[in-house]
Design a protein around this ligand. Structure first.
Ligand code: SAM
Length: 259
């Protein structure tokens, strides 16, 4: 198919067969699995995935690509035209046939929407078994960075509170056409089994983490002033900076604040 890559949709199409093979292996498609691919593009991942699945749902925003996949009329392929930022992944997951395989959301994501999309997916996390995404390498570094690391940030805490995550593969710009300006990486995200925050506690986590990281160089004594009454911070915590506090400690604070 002739298709000019559209920058506004973050279109960088995978070309490298070794990288494609590794991503498909990481997704590990099996017949009865329930999978949705965000942004199939020209099908670098779609075709090898479909050859191992009974059914594959595609979510694509570009009308030309939606038309292309619809007219291909491949067995088991279900094409949805839509914006992943607005798509109801919970409703999609809930159509998962009982007693069938794992429920996965996968894709080589448009980098311009990756953070909002990751947060949008949090609301469906309890109904999803696994997410495998290609993202900008810098974002993946922040996602998996541990407390004390220079990349440890708000994104790290919020996503690690909800998912176990691992870097699967680093991918250079040459693997794509057109080539992106940045390095890319594949990340696996598995919703945490021990996640037990209520909506109110999650909201408190968002607030306390935003406050803690609001001025990275300042001590928590300053950044968490608004929560001082509720959180009895130790002397060393008062002197610490946001990036020194573990995810589990932030979760404890969120639970205290929400009471
Ligand atoms: N999967 C293909 C590959 O690996 O070669 C294409 C990946 S390309 C980086 C991103 C894809 O996401 C494109 O097909 C683009 O049209 C689509 N896309 C961009 N924004 C989207 C959105 N908000 N919702 C759904 N799909 C989107």
């Amino acid at each position: 198919m002739m298709h000019r890559a559209r920058k506004r949709f973050g279109q960088n199409f995978l070309q490298d067969s070794g990288v494609i093979y590794s991503i498909v292996a990481a997704i590990n498609p099996t017949e009865n699995m329930h999978v949705i691919e965000i942004g199939p593009g020209l099908g670098a991942l779609t075709r090898p995935l479909l050859s191992n699945l009974d059914r594959l749902d595609l979510l694509e925003i570009d009308r030309d690509l939606v038309a292309y996949w619809s007219q291909e009329n491949l067995k088991g392929l279900n094409v949805i035209e839509g914006d992943a930022l607005k798509f109801d992944f919970l409703e999609w997951a809930n159509t998962h046939p009982a007693n069938s395989g794992l429920c996965k959301v996968v894709g080589n994501l448009p980098y311009n929407i990756s953070s909002p999309l990751l947060f949008h997916l949090v609301s469906a996390a309890h109904a999803i078994d696994e997410q495998v995404f290609m993202l900008q390498a810098e974002v993946v570094e922040r996602m998996v960075s541990k407390a004390g690391g220079s990349e440890f940030s708000r994104l790290s805490v919020m996503l690690q509170a909800r998912y176990d995550m691992e870097l699967v593969l680093e991918v250079p710009p040459e693997a794509f056409d057109p080539q992106p300006k940045v390095n890319s990486a594949v990340v696996r995200m598995i919703p945490r089994q021990d996640f037990d925050l209520s909506a109110k506690q999650w909201h408190a986590l968002e607030k306390v983490v935003a406050a803690a990281f609001s001025q990275r160089r300042k001590m928590l004594r300053t950044n968490l002033l608004a929560f001082a009454d509720k959180l009895s911070l130790s002397e060393s915590e008062l002197k610490a900076r946001a990036q020194d506090i573990s995810v589990e400690r932030y979760i404890e604070w969120a639970k205290i604040i929400a009471t």
